[in-house]
Design a protein around this ligand. Structure first.
Ligand code: HEM
Length: 397
């Protein structure tokens, strides 16, 4: 029989502005507090350590996504029946609908087009000498790529971006940020309902494939827009901020940038290190289906549990010098993109986009410097920048 351990509890508010600005001291405190910690500010627990986050990602029977992966029931209800808010076997069936569009073979066909697009974008930005690496680069690129893949007409793309940012806020608690996002969410569903109709869509895009699945009776007609919205939302701000965060790390760490320039094969490992160090999706919730023992601490059944990817990816039990940006570390087992059944389906596309932009940058730019104070964008889930002014030099300057 084991002795009952005191219940680790913390009053850290992971969704408060000051914590979102710099969450890492609070996350370290949570890792030290215990393997599973009750969050006094919320009706929830958090798993802050790497081993447990990874195990929970692979354990949908005890850590279920079926209620949704956000904190608030009212917002979770909107995602019900999508890939995000389901467990196997439903989850497996839904994931299969678009799996061929995101498989390596499909992505190989996109590589040249994405690389060319990235090169033009970077060349235009670099020609100005100084630019905003978020507005002029990171934010433009995934919107164009995803809208193309969805099969959306050019004129129908406008609201995609603001809605994705808003949608991620509603995965957190009902704080001011989530409340301010509600009008954008209603607007987004209104917009997607209008725009995602077969006559607006190219026949080879994601949207047409999901409509065809509904026509065949594989999914209900009412699931078409929620399912597509999950893919559109999931593919946007995650990738934008992953690229923005990497450019910020390069601007702050000139030495690793020069290492990558000298050895472009390091672009991939440097991007993985950026995903580990500044995980664009900081965490998602699960619901326990039964009491779960985490190293002697029992999380009750039917409890919301935050899987903190941001904390796991800096856990000193797992990583040496976890706070440092080491472009040769190549941390392929980080959890920034999920794991196992939850290894996220857009990973190949995200890497393709990021490697294209970063590759073009490394080829064309000999140094990147901050041209002003970067402005952080506070979001309940996403870690990234609102603006990132940089000055760049090319070899010829
Ligand atoms: C660097 C960029 C990206 C990051 C950091 C990221 C991160 C994540 C994470 C952590 C999850 C797991 C959610 C959970 O645990 O509940 C996830 C799920 C998902 N992601 Fe991404 N993502 C990125 C890019 C993309 C792209 C480009 C797509 C395009 C298709 C995409 C589509 C999805 C979908 C559909 C899910 C739900 C999958 C499921 O629950 O089975 N993501 N993403």
């Amino acid at each position: 029989m084991h002795a009952t351990l005191p219940l680790p509890t913390s009053d850290v508010d992971l969704f408060a502005d000051d914590v979102l600005h710099d969450p890492y001291p609070a996350l370290r405190e949570l890792r030290e507090a215990g393997p599973a910690v009750r969050l006094a500010a919320y009706d929830a627990w958090v798993l802050p350590r790497y081993d447990h986050v990874r195990a929970a990602l692979a354990d949908h029977e005890r850590f279920s996504s079926a209620h949704g992966v956000g904190y608030e029931d009212q917002f979770n209800a909107q995602m019900k029946g999508t890939v995000l808010a389901s467990d196997p076997p439903d989850h497996t069936r839904l994931r299969a609908l678009l799996s061929d569009k995101l498989a390596p073979k499909a992505l190989a066909g996109l590589r040249t087009r994405i690389a060319a697009l990235a090169d033009v974008l970077v060349a235009d930005a670099v020609a100005k000498g100084g630019f905003d690496a978020v507005a002029d680069l990171a934010a433009v690129f995934p919107v164009t790529v995803v809208a193309d893949l969805v099969g959306l007409a050019e004129e129908a793309r406008g609201p995609l971006l603001s809605s994705a940012d808003a949608a991620f806020n509603t995965f957190g608690p009902f704080n001011a940020r989530a409340q301010a996002s509600i009008p954008f969410i209603s607007q987004m569903f209104g917009y997607l309902n209008t725009v995602m109709v077969p006559e607006n869509l190219r026949p080879d895009g994601w949207a047409a494939a999901v409509h065809q699945a509904a026509d065949r009776g594989d999914i209900e007609a009412a699931s078409v827009v929620p399912l597509l919205s999950a893919y559109v939302i999931a593919s946007m701000d995650t990738t934008i901020n992953a690229i923005g965060n990497t450019i910020l790390l390069f601007a702050r760490h000139p030495q690793p940038y020069q290492e990558v320039r000298a050895e472009p094969a390091l672009i991939g490992p440097a991007f993985e290190e950026s995903l580990r160090l500044e995980s664009p999706a900081q965490g998602f919730f699960r619901r326990t289906t039964q009491p779960v023992d985490i190293d002697g601490i029992t999380i009750p059944a039917d409890t919301k549990v935050l899987l903190s990817f941001a904390s796991a990816n800096r856990d000193e039990r797992k990583w040496e010098r976890p706070e440092e940006f080491l472009v040769r570390r190549n941390p392929v087992d980080h959890v920034a993109l999920g794991y196992r059944v939850r290894l996220q389906p857009g990973q190949g596309l995200a890497r393709l986009e990021a490697h294209a932009v970063l590759g073009a940058l490394v080829r064309r730019v000999s140094s990147i410097e901050l041209a002003g104070e970067p402005v952080r964008k506070l979001n309940n889930v996403i870690r990234g920048m609102a603006s990132l002014p940089v000055t760049v030099r090319t070899e010829r300057q």
